[in-house]
Design a protein around this ligand. Structure first.
Ligand code: GDP
Ligand code: MG
Length: 609
């Protein structure tokens, strides 16, 4: 395969604009997969069950296809990318192996928040962009208007825009032609030393770790002795091949090709994303890797039944083989027992992981409230990162001289102008700063007559990891789209809130709260606890405390007497049964001081808002 017949490209778009559907059509049109039955949407590349259920792509998937054009057989390598903000990291690594990108915009919805962010990533990487308007079969499609919008937002010539329906297949053949004609072939010669860029990895139960690579120069053969620039570890290549879309062994990979390599890597961590592989004894300069995925949302995960911990830990380990961006640490809590503290890229990532854990491994789990990583700075300027509220120091004691910084993000929201008031209110409620707005459609009106607006602000990450997106959707009737990017750290008036039962703190329930919100949050949580904790033989005060100050308090009144006392006449059998039930209940109870807390109470508190 000389380079000039190879094209490497990704599909980029806002979520739901049709990437996976288009990927399926391209694979069908090139005969890579059988044509789906009419009306069925196979979404071939969305492999994970949770992806199919939620209709989102979580992990970038790669597929090669053959396409005959101008009398020549071309090898097209497609890299499907996820569309959600949490997975921006997956998007940028897919693009690192491509020379071009299909920018897909839904012709009924127009440019959305992530259309803009993925466009910028592609531009920065110098990719050739092929603009596409999808879903032109929809009655609500406005191709003229949306083409004008793409022109004003991206500076794209409307004449370059391909109009398609990924659903019916209309216009899709033109995309294949455009891929060959407009996207430059990769460069790199067989004469140069081997240099392969590792951009993703899979885990195969039998063969172990499989790396996906883009050969930048040289030839990669079965039997080659290769070495990693990053770890300096050496391997023998046991198999190479194409993803077509399942693995097809080929003996050899040429420059410009995208394919897989199996080389007896034992653990996923050995396949370092962004690494460069070379031949043993022929070192090359490593390619600039990219920013490693950074966990920004942390939560504790505990089994409902504490005896299940080994099973839970095993499940987590197996899942992280296919999702490398989750970080794991052991954690133990006096209230919840042995568990793990996991770090995620964002809240959707956390939800997806939780669902996979529940689906694939049938584990009953409790997940604590999500937190972001905070920076604690002492008088001498020494920084400590804290991502577990229980480890958060008492910063209200001014003698300690500690200051707190929290991560903030640049958020951008696109919505019809009518919702501007609602959106800015929501942002301010969530401690937003530097709010700005501008019109997206240069003078042109949307179908309903209102112009669309882009609102940007700086907002604490902790404010958007809970329910910000859901609220945004509901307050704008689903019309708003949202994206964010890292904007560093800012000083903030935050402190730890602890909950006391009968004077004893419950470690699993500590929260980090902002000065302006502590009263509201304290009252709400104390009320929730009051509802779920069973009554005891004595009175149990429930308190929310910040520093040394009690913010809110409820009192759980005492139960009158022994449970069995009420059973008149003492039907022996009935009494025994009751005691048995009580014993059964005890197993699941956790003691905090003298207060019994059913494990399920935590589940209630933490899973409901
Ligand atoms: P992704 O999130 O970008 O991967 O989007 P999907 O490919 O999963 O598509 C999102 C939804 O839009 C699915 O329900 C598709 O069936 C639908 N869809 C995709 N392309 C078209 C199209 O051309 N026309 C219509 N009417 N629906 C489409
Ligand atoms: Mg998809």
């Amino acid at each position: 395969y000389p380079c000039d017949v190879i094209r490497n490209f990704s599909i980029i778009a806002h979520i739901d604009h049709g990437k996976s559907t288009l990927a399926d059509r391209l694979l069908e049109l090139t005969g890579t997969i059988p044509t789906a039955e009419k009306g069925k949407n196979a979404q071939f590349l969305d492999k994970l069950k949770v992806e199919r259920e939620r209709g989102i792509t979580v992990k970038a998937q790669t597929a090669s296809m053959f396409y005959d054009y101008n009398g020549k057989r071309h090898l097209l390598n497609l890299i499907d990318t996820p569309g959600h903000v949490d997975f921006a990291w997956e998007v940028s690594r897919s693009m690192a192996a491509s020379q071009g990108a299909l920018l897909l915009v839904d012709a009924s919805q127009g440019v959305q928040a992530q259309s803009i962010s993925v466009f910028h990533i592609a531009k920065e990487r110098g990719l050739k962009i092929i603009p596409i308007l999808n879903k032109i079969d929809l009655p609500a499609a406005q191709p003229e208007l949306m083409a004008a919008q793409m022109e004003s937002t991206f500076g794209i010539d409307p004449a370059d825009i391909i109009r398609i329906s990924a659903k019916t297949g209309m216009g899709v053949p033109e995309i294949l032609r455009a891929v060959v004609e407009r996207i430059p072939p990769p460069t790199g010669s067989t004469e140069e030393p081997l240099k392969a860029f590792l951009f993703d990895s899979l885990y195969d139960r039998y063969r172990g770790v499989i790396s996906l690579v883009n050969v930048q120069s040289g030839i990669l053969r079965k039997g080659d002795k290769i070495q990693s620039c990053h770890t300096r570890k050496r391997y023998e290549v046991t198999e190479v091949g194409l993803m077509h879309p399942e693995e097809i062994p080929t003996q050899i990979l040429y420059p410009g090709q995208v394919g897989y390599v199996a080389c007896n890597m034992k653990v996923s961590a050995e396949a370092h994303i962004g690494d460069t592989l070379h031949r043993v004894g022929a070192p090359v300069d490593s390619m600039p890797g990219f920013k490693a995925a950074k966990a920004m949302v942390f939560a504790g995960v505990f089994p409902v039944d504490t005896r299940d911990f080994p099973k839970l830990e095993e499940s987590i380990k197996r899942l992280t083989l296919t999702d490398r961006s989750v970080t794991i640490q052991r954690e133990s809590s006096s209230a919840l027992g042995q568990g793990a503290r996991l770090g995620f890229l964002g809240t959707l990532h956390m939800d997806v992981f939780r669902q996979r854990l529940e689906d694939e491994y049938d584990a009953n789990i409790i997940i604590t409230a999500p937190t972001v990583p905070y920076k604690i700075i002492d008088r001498k300027g020494v920084e400590t990162m804290i991502s577990n509220p229980t480890q958060f120091p008492d910063v209200t004691d001014s003698g300690a001289g500690l200051t707190v910084q929290e991560p903030v993000v640049h958020a951008s929201i696109i919505a019809p102008e009518d919702y501007f008031g609602e959106i800015s209110e929501l942002c301010y409620e969530h401690r937003a700063d530097d709010l700005e707005h501008k019109y997206l459609d240069a003078g042109s009106a949307a179908p309903d007559g209102s112009a669309r607006m882009m609102i940007t602000c700086v907002i604490p990450l902790s404010e958007i990891v809970t329910d910000f997106f859901d609220q945004l959707k509901s307050r704008t009737s689903g019309y708003a789209s949202f994206d964010y990017e890292d904007a560093g750290y800012r000083s903030s008036n935050l402190s730890k809130m602890v909950f006391l039962l009968n004077g004893k703190p419950v470690d699993a329930l500590a929260l980090i709260v902002h000065e302006s919100q502590k009263d509201k949050i304290g009252r709400a949580w104390v009320k929730k606890l009051h509802k779920v904790i069973p009554r005891h033989l004595f009175e149990v005060p429930i308190q929310a405390v910040v520093g040394r100050k009690v913010i809110a308090r409820e009192t759980l009144s005492a139960m009158r007497a022994d449970v069995t006392a009420g059973l008149y006449g003492g039907h022996y059998e009935r009494k025994m049964k009751h005691l048995d039930n009580q014993k059964e209940g005890k197993k699941r109870m956790k003691r905090v001081g003298q207060v019994d807390l059913p494990q399920e109470a935590f589940f209630d508190i933490l899973s409901k808002k």
